[in-house]
Design a protein around this ligand. Structure first.
Ligand code: BES
Ligand code: ZN
Length: 348
């Protein structure tokens, strides 16, 4: 990305910031003949433990009264109290490990607020039921292995600016990171590519404000890059940002969708109509789910370019073959039209 922006003639700044993530290097559970798939809970302890598997219901203190769990692995139902409380309760009663089964079909991802004293994993409801059935017939020994830990590293925002006379600035942004499960072609190489293409065509447009092109890191672990970017602006710089345009998942789906600040959404809608493009609207419920949220939180007007539900979202199937070039084109054209409108209403 930096290379591409440099080729386009920009001076590029890499903005480093620290990130913390929980890395699972391989974890497993076996009990009798069964070896259910496990998902380690964030902040689980690491280690290999074995012992009698004991079903302890929801794992509340009342469920454990009078039970000696020393040397056992606790099988716990999800719900009612936090994962942290369940884990602390069974650990206090002597359990060496905890297995939490879902209370709806499928497995789940979860996090414990503070580092747990024992290994803790999630399994699906079906696997939980299968274990409970086996336990009803006979005692079961289980082995739980967790190789996971908190890893500190550094991510970067990639920032290129186009300086123009006047004080106002528009930020065009997209996150470039993806989830571990998949390659992230739609989420969010699509938005990244759109921003890079806009960086190519925008120098030819006469606009009365500066432009900053920002590719954000670490969006998928909590909008970390965009929060960092906003936090790094001086109060004055913050005031000068008249709009932030965020592109996230613009390559798959029926039609373009826009959300965010009412004024910008209205302008975008009006422009779309003029182009004969049908554009849907996103509710504010999505504002916390992508990087424009970091700008809105800081009081900066922002608009979210998106394209609706992607059945391959956050899966290994989120591949380039499903991303439509025409969809990226529509997002880019819509953004260009909006930028012209912003020029009309932007303060000098
Ligand atoms: N691109 C998604 C957000 C998204 C998905 C918006 C589907 C609209 C429809 C984004 O990369 C993401 O996955 N965000 C997380 C939240 C974030 C704060 C970690 C999410 O939505 O779970
Ligand atoms: Zn995304």
């Amino acid at each position: 990305m930096a290379e591409r922006l440099r080729t386009l003639g920009y001076t590029v700044e890499l903005q480093p910031f620290p990130v913390t993530r929980f890395e699972d290097r391989g974890s497993a559970l076996s009990a009798g003949e069964l070896a259910p798939n496990v998902q380690v809970l964030m902040n689980s302890a690491a280690g290999q433990v074995s012992g009698r598997l004991v079903h302890v219901g929801l794992g509340r203190t009342t469920d454990l009264e009078g039970q000696d769990l020393r040397g056992t692995i606790a099988l716990i139902e999800r719900g009612e109290i936090t994962f942290g409380e369940k884990t602390a309760n069974v650990a206090a009663a002597g359990a060496l490990g905890a297995v939490i089964y879902n209370r709806e079909p499928g497995s789940f991802q979860g996090a414990i607020q503070e580092l747990a004293a024992i290994p803790v994993v999630a399994i699906s409801q079906q696997d939980g039921q299968a274990l409970i059935e086996l336990l009803a017939a006979q005692p079961l020994d289980a082995e739980l292995q967790v190789d996971a830990s908190v890893v500190e590293s550094t991510s970067h925002n990639v920032v290129a600016t186009l300086d123009r006379p006047g004080e106002a600035r528009v930020v065009l942004g997209a996150h470039y990171d993806s989830v571990e499960a998949g390659p992230g072609a739609n989420d969010n190489a699509s938005g990244t590519a759109t921003v890079l293409e806009l960086a190519r065509v925008l120098p030819a447009q006469q606009l009365p404000y500066d432009l900053a092109f920002v590719l954000f890191g670490a969006e998928e672990i909590g909008l970390v890059g965009s929060r960092q970017y906003v936090a790094g602006l001086t109060p004055q710089q913050r005031e000068h940002v008249v709009a932030m345009l965020n592109f996230d998942m613009v390559g798959v789906g029926e039609r373009p969708l826009v959300g965010g600040s009412d004024d910008l959404v209205e302008l975008a809608q009006a422009q779309a109509q003029e182009q004969g493009l049908e554009v849907g609207e996103l509710g504010s419920a999505l504002d916390g789910r992508s990087d424009h949220g970091s700008f809105l939180e800081a009081g900066i007007p922002a608009v979210f370019f998106h394209r609706g539900d992607d059945p391959r979202y956050h899966t290994a199937e989120d591949q380039a073959q499903y991303v439509a070039a025409t969809a990226l084109d529509q997002a880019g054209e819509l953004a260009l039209a909006l930028l012209e409108q912003v020029a009309e209403v932007a303060p000098e």
